[in-house]
Design a protein around this ligand. Structure first.
Ligand SMILES: CC(C)(COP(=O)(O)OP(=O)(O)OC[C@H]1O[C@@H](n2cnc3c(N)ncnc32)[C@H](O)[C@@H]1OP(=O)(O)O)[C@@H](O)C(=O)NCCC(=O)NCCS
Length: 225
């Protein structure tokens, strides 16, 4: 393994595991189906009864109220007040996962937050969006349908306040995102990244160790390990 410095690591293109076919397209008509609309409405109202309750009592009540509706609810997860989740059945929370106040979790494309992972206040986790480009580009963006791709926070990931995490991004184990960042591509393990778009600014382990972990992840992604 070459003797990499932080400066050299910063210059490497951040790898993004190709997830062929993982972007899902949904037409406006599908989105407007009765099941979709009623599901959205029911959860929006249900959530509004719980989402404002302050303090630790709020954490406990939301754990009880939201847990059964989540795709996965790990032991001792907590969701602080004024955070909005939609839809709950696409959100997986690991053990001790923590979501701070005033966050928007757009989980339609799938959001997975690992064990001891989470985010600070006012973060936006956007796994689903209006389709910006389509064959008929002449249409208004709101008429072009929707696209989605899963977002993953692996274990021990921490995202600072006021960050935006874009669809399809994986934050690998132990990575940290600086406050106010916009994350548009995968962040390697044990790297501290910041800025818009987020780029590595510091390492939490020797660069060689990180490069070795990246290789293992790449092999896994290619089905070779
Ligand atoms: C990323 C972070 C952990 C780094 O902290 P640190 O180790 O003390 O780093 P420093 O302040 O020494 O900064 C190191 C470099 O990164 C830059 N930097 C730090 N945080 C940054 C950020 N959020 N966005 C852009 N650049 C950032 C600094 O400007 C500095 O650059 P320079 O070397 O060119 O001067 C910290 O800045 C941060 O953003 N923490 C999140 C806090 C938060 O959101 N808390 C909410 C409660 S959960």
């Amino acid at each position: 393994m070459p003797d990499l410095t932080l400066e050299q690591l910063k210059k490497l293109p951040l790898y993004t595991v190709e997830r062929a076919g993982s972007k899902t397209f949904v037409s406006r008509e599908q989105r407007a189906s009765l099941t979709e609309v009623l599901g959205y409405e029911a959860w929006a109202w249900y959530q509004s009864f719980w989402y404002w309750i302050p303090g630790r009592l709020g954490w406990i009540l939301r754990r009880l109220a939201y847990g059964p509706f989540l795709k996965k609810a790990g032991k001792n997860f907590h969701i602080a007040e004024f955070t909005s989740i939609q839809p709950p059945h696409m959100l997986e929370l690991g053990e001790h996962a923590a979501i701070s106040r005033y966050c928007i979790i757009n989980a339609r494309g799938g959001v997975k937050i690992g064990n001891y992972a989470g985010c600070g206040p006012m973060c936006q986790i956007i796994s689903y969006s209006h389709r910006m480009y389509a064959e008929d580009d002449a249409k208004h963006p709101l008429d072009r349908g929707f696209e989605s791709a899963p977002i993953v926070f692996e274990d021990d990931v921490w995202v600072g306040a006021h960050c935006t995490i874009m669809m399809g991004v994986t934050l690998h184990r132990g990575s940290i995102i600086g406050a106010g960042s916009v994350v548009t591509s995968d962040i390697p393990p044990y790297v501290i990244a910041a800025g818009a778009p987020a780029r590595p600014i510091m390492l939490r382990k020797p660069a060689e160790e990180i490069m070795a972990l990246i290789e293992v992840e790449k092999q896994k992604a290619m089905g070779g390990a």
